[in-house]
Design a protein around this ligand. Structure first.
Ligand SMILES: Nc1ncnc2c1ncn2[C@@H]1O[C@H](COP(=O)(O)OP(=O)(O)OP(=O)(O)O)[C@@H](O)[C@H]1O
Ligand SMILES: [Mg+2]
Length: 415
C-alpha cells in the first residue's frame, strides 16, 4: 500500500512511525511533515488544504490510503472529495466530523442517543444567555459552537468571566456567527478514549491522560497538551468498559442513524465523575499528544487494522503491557507569543522515542519551529518507571528556549 499522511506534528510523526513498521506499507508520504518524520517517510511539499492537488498527487503516486491528521482537513472536506474514488480516506466526512466541528451538533447527538454528558443549553442570543447564567451556578462552562483552535472554551470560575466570554462570543463574534453552549461544570479526572471506527464498528484503544494546562499542578492557560501517559491506573477498567459501551458505541450507532456514518479515529474526551464517566467533548481525529503514547503500544499491524476495518472485518488487536509517558518541550511564551529557530541538541542521545511536534533542519542543525516542539517519551513496566525514563531522556535535550512541566503522570504515580 502507498500511504499519504496529512499534517506536520507529533501525532503525524507517531502515525508515520507505526505505519513504517507495517508489512503492508510500500511508499509512505507525509504532507508537510517535520524534521523528525523524515526518519520514517518521504516529506512532500503538498498543501494539505488543497484537495484538488492532493487528488492529482494521489493519482500520480498511486496512493491507496490517505490519513488526515488534523480536524482542519476534515472540516475542509478531504473525505468528501475522495468519495467515489478508489483512494480511501481514513477520516470522517464533513457531516460526520460535526461531532467535533459543531459542539451543538455533538450535544444534540448525545441527548438523542442517551450518552452521558454535562447539562447544557444552546444560545444564539446574548440576553437569553445572560438570563440562563443568572439562573445557574458558578463555575460554569461556555463553549463556542464551531472550531476555535482550542481557544473556544472558557471554564468560568466567576460570573464576570462568564459574562466576558458570552460577550466575546455572542456580541463581538470573535470566532464567527456560531451559537454558544453553556454547560454544567463537571468535576473529576479527565481521560481520553480513542477508537478505530467504521460505521457501527468500534475498536477501542488503551486510554490516556493528557495535561492541558501549561504549568505544574494544572495551573496557567489551556494548551494543546503539555504531556500524556498511557494507560491510566486511576481510571478503572469498569469505567472504561462502561464508556466504550455507553459513549463510543452509542455515538457511532447514532451517527449511522443520522445518515452521517463515521469512519476514522473517534476521540472521546471524558471525565470520571462521582456518577460515572461523562463526555466533555468528542474529536473526530487522533489526539495530539495522545497518539504519541498510544500508538507505540500497538503490537498488531496498523495498516492491517485499517484495511480490515474498511472492509468491515474485525480481528483482535494486541497492545503491549508497558506504560508510556510523554513530556512536551514547548517554546518559552507558548501558548502565547514565542520565538523559533532555536538550536536543539541531544535528541540522538537516547533510543527512546522522541516525536517531533515543531522542528526543522537548517544547515544540518535541528531548530525549533513551533509552540510545541518535541514530545520525549519514556516507557516502563510501571508508570513510575516510565516517568523516570522520560525525564532522564528530557535531561539529555539541550536548547535555550524550551520549557516543560515536571509533574506529568503525577496523578497516577504512587506517592
Ligand atoms: N463541562 C465541563 N466541566 C469541566 N471542565 C470542562 C468542561 N468542558 C470543558 N472543560 C475543560 O476545558 C477543556 C477544553 O474543553 P473541550 O475539550 O470541550 O475543548 P476543545 O477546545 O475542543 O479542546 P481540544 O483542543 O482538546 O479538542 C477540557 O479539557 C476541560 O479541562
Ligand atoms: Mg475538541
Amino acid at each position: 500500500m502507498n500511504i499519504l499522511i496529512l499534517g506536520q506534528g507529533g501525532r503525524e510523526h507517531a502515525l508515520a512511525y507505526v505505519i513504517s513498521k507495517s508489512k503492508l506499507v510500500n511508499k509512505l508520504f507525509v504532507a508537510k511533515g517535520n524534521a523528525g518524520i523524515k526518519q520514517y517517510a518521504t516529506i512532500v511539499d503538498l498543501n494539505p488544504f488543497d484537495n484538488k492537488a492532493i487528488m492529482k498527487f494521489s493519482i500520480v503516486y498511486e496512493i491507496d490510503l490517505i490519513i488526515p491528521g488534523s480536524e482542519l482537513y476534515l472540516a475542509n472536506g478531504i473525505a468528501d472529495y475522495f468519495q467515489g474514488s478508489n483512494i480511501s480516506v481514513f477520516g470522517p466526512t464533513k457531516k460526520a466530523a460535526q461531532i467535533e466541528t459543531s459542539k451543538a451538533f455533538a450535544k444534540e447527538i448525545m441527548k438523542k442517543y442517551d450518552i452521558p454528558t454535562a447539562e447544557y443549553q444552546i444560545f444564539d442570543n446574548y440576553n437569553d444567555a445572560l438570563n440562563y447564567l443568572d439562573a445557574n451556578k458558578i463555575p460554569i462552562v461556555i463553549k463556542y459552537d464551531g472550531l476555535a483552535a482550542g481557544k473556544g472554551v472558557v471554564v468560568a470560575t466567576t460570573k464576570d468571566e462568564a459574562v466576558i466570554a458570552l460577550k466575546m462570543m455572542l456580541e463581538d463574534k470573535k470566532y464567527g456567527d456560531g451559537s454558544v453552549i453553556i454547560e454544567e461544570f463537571l468535576e473529576g479526572e479527565e481521560f481520553s478514549l480513542m477508537a478505530f471506527v467504521h460505521d457501527e464498528i468500534v475498536i477501542p484503544m488503551p486510554i490516556a491522560q493528557d495535561h492541558k494546562r501549561l504549568l505544574d499542578n494544572d495551573l496557567g492557560p489551556n494548551t494543546g497538551g503539555m504531556g500524556v501517559y498511557c494507560p491510566v491506573p486511576i481510571i478503572t477498567q469498569e469505567s472504561v468498559d462502561y464508556a466504550v459501551l455507553n459513549v463510543m458505541k452509542k455515538a457511532a450507532k447514532g451517527l449511522v442513524k443520522e445518515n452521517c456514518n463515521f469512519t476514522g479515529f473517534l476521540y472521546g474526551g471524558l471525565i470520571q465523575t462521582v456518577d460515572g464517566p461523562k463526555v466533555i467533548e468528542f474529536n473526530a481525529r487522533f489526539g495530539d499528544p495522545e497518539a504519541e503514547v498510544i500508538l507505540p503500544k500497538l503490537k498488531t499491524d496498523f495498516l492491517e487494522i485499517i484495511n480490515n476495518l474498511l472492509h468491515s472485518c474485525v480481528k483482535k488487536i494486541e497492545w503491549d503491557d508497558d506504560y508510556y509517558l510523554g513530556v512536551v518541550l514547548a517554546s518559552k511564551g507558548y501558548p502565547n507569543k514565542y520565538s523559533i529557530n532555536h538550536k536543539i541538541v541531544g535528541t540522538n542521545k537516547t533510543d527512546s522515542l522522541i516525536f517531533h511536534m515543531g522542528t526543522k533542519i537548517y544547515k544540518n542543525e535541528l531548530l525549533s519551529s513551533g509552540g510545541r516542539v518535541l514530545l520525549v517519551t519514556g516507557k516502563g513496566k510501571t508508570i513510575e518507571e516510565a516517568k523516570e525514563n522520560a525525564y532522564i531522556n528530557v535531561s539529555n535535550i539541550e536548547c535555550d528556549n524550551l520549557i516543560y512541566r515536571t509533574d506529568i503522570g503525577a496523578k497516577s504515580v504512587k506517592k
